[in-house]
Design a protein around this ligand. Structure first.
Ligand SMILES: Nc1ncnc2c1ncn2[C@@H]1O[C@H](COP(=O)(O)OP(=O)(O)OP(=O)(O)O)[C@@H](O)[C@H]1O
Ligand SMILES: Nc1ncnc2c1ncn2[C@@H]1O[C@H](COP(=O)(O)OP(=O)(O)OP(=O)(O)O)[C@@H](O)[C@H]1O
Lengths: 233, 233
């Protein structure tokens, strides 16, 4: 529908503005630093420098038809609160505010943020999952030369289906089952909800031959040791 | 296998240390700030304060059997490089280093990091996807009172299967198809690989009744307008 405003172009805000624009969304990128704004001019619909806590500047620079506004300011909670309130006052339907902690998230929800985001914590949670399930989890030999191995999906296999990968023919490996992670409570927290990071649960499933593998999947494979050795993580 | 060391306990490092420990991983949390370390003492296996760029302290405090070490320092590239080199020298098999930019990521890969992480950029990419596919994407009426609507999965439905949700009986909605996002190149970048964020592609699929919905799924639903109105995002 309408354009998306991104206020505060640190790493998160800038990354968001550029990713949205790359997906065809109209982006208005705002930062009080002129040089930061200049830097983004060619990547977004409109890049403009002003202090977003100034109500007059905000009213002058934001259209009425914004579909969403994201406050990406990281290190200034007071500014984040003020900008969030001003945005709701301006009539922005969907305001996503960055929170540096669960307490900050609750406060932002109370003062009108529709969703809150904590980029470092969300990434930390995903990485905890990746680190905990390393590429060779357990290794049980039963037939001579054959083992059952749990393997985190190697990067090159992510997004491909078992049919595409054709592991039996190409790598001599038989996929017995897949451990799949259910999504945790990442991402948006509706105003008023309890702010907590859900723990993903893994379930063992029969793999669908056409389903693309995800980077959080764990394959339970049977094969010869030399075939496993040839897989690159 | 062995414990995981997390060095640098800012938001990302602390979140990671706590998430890993909550999943049963042995965590050694390190920061040069004594107060930050004190704060985490009850949440991890071992929390110890020292400057990780000091080779002697590192050798004295790190066991030989670490399964991985994460450098979560954000704002000091020089320290991140130094700690990464010292960790590889110490013999740590898997070193994950935080990079603040693609250039930093390439440099860290060159000096020995096995994987690089940019928490703000990874979250930015996920949020760009969430924002771009808002909860009511398109709305076409054909039978009187009935519409086909594309709907981002409401938070309360994430992780549930269509059978569990029983939308036809409970909400009067018929799921025609699901738009599913293929994973982007989030997360680890093996040393030497090109550092870029992949754009996820959505494919339209026939929904499996037992498959849990993901927060990035888009449901293509048919129903009466008043039934759609009752769904809370
Ligand atoms: N009042 C304001 N109006 C507009 N932009 C602002 C305002 N306050 C801060 N900013 C901008 O927000 C951006 C990000 O803020 P800050 O540096 O505090 O966060 P950060 O935690 O370092 O961000 P990141 O982790 O995403 O890199 C900066 O570029 C800064 O110029
Ligand atoms: N040489 C060092 N040895 C140990 N800890 C360090 C060292 N340098 C920095 N740290 C710690 O790393 C932590 C995070 O670093 P910093 O504050 O630079 O990153 P940040 O970008 O603010 O982190 P985040 O975005 O995760 O909150 C701090 O708690 C700091 O004390």
């Amino acid at each position: 529908s309408g354009p998306v405003a991104v206020i505060g172009l640190g790493q998160f805000g800038k990354g968001l503005a550029v990713s949205l624009a790359a997906r065809g969304v109209e982006v208005i990128a705002i930062d009080r630093s002129r040089s930061i704004v200049e830097d983004l001019r060619d990547d977004v619909t409109l890049a403009v420098a002003f202090d977003a806590t100034d109500e007059d500047s905000l009213r002058a620079n934001l259209p009425q038809n914004l579909s969403a506004a994201v406050v990406g300011i990281g290190n200034n909670f007071e500014a984040t609160i003020l900008v969030t309130v001003l945005l709701k006052q301006h009539g922005v339907g969907r305001v996503i505010a960055r929170a540096a902690s669960p307490l900050a998230a609750r406060i932002l929800a109370k003062i009108g943020a529709d969703e809150v985001v904590n980029p470092e914590e969300e990434s930390a949670d995903r990485w905890a999952n990746r680190i905990r399930t390393p590429n060779l989890l357990s290794h049980i030999e039963f037939h001579e030369g054959y083992s059952i191995v749990e393997l985190g999906v190697p990067r090159a296999w992510v997004g491909k289906s078992l049919i595409e990968l054709n592991l039996r023919a190409k790598a001599g490996l038989h996929v017995v089952a897949i451990k799949r992670v259910r999504p945790a409570h990442h991402g948006s927290v509706p105003a008023g909800a309890t702010v907590r990071t859900g723990d993903p649960e893994a379930r063992i499933e029969v793999p669908l031959p056409t389903e693309p593998l995800r980077d959080s999947d764990i394959l339970i494979l049977m094969g010869k040791d030399e075939d496993f050795a040839r897989i690159e993580a």
